[in-house]
Design a protein around this ligand. Structure first.
Ligand code: SF4
Ligand code: SF4
Length: 75
């Protein structure tokens, strides 16, 4: 199952983007509730490897689940 980045928890550090083996993590155009630029995962490209979840330093920002209701994909 694709992973999701919870838009309002992400702090825009981008460690996940650099680590993703299939380059499916993108910067959104939006600002979240923390006032940060946030990233999102392209569900159709994600291969469910778990690397983003392992490297993200922000607790709860990445979850191993497809949650379009929590991940804003505005570009
Ligand atoms: S999900 Fe984590 S590593 Fe990726 S941009 Fe957000 S805070 Fe940074
Ligand atoms: S689970 Fe793997 S493929 Fe999917 S977004 Fe995270 S690092 Fe990329």
């Amino acid at each position: 199952m694709p992973h999701s980045i919870i838009s309002n928890i992400c702090e825009g550090v981008a460690i996940c983007q650099e680590a993703c083996p299939v380059d499916c993590i993108n910067l959104s155009n939006g600002i979240n509730n923390k006032g940060k630029n946030f990233y999102f995962i392209e569900f159709t490209k994600c291969i469910d490897c778990g690397v983003c979840l392992a490297v993200c330093p922000v607790k709860g920002a990445v979850i191993p689940d497809e949650r379009p209701d929590l991940q804003n994909t505005s570009q």
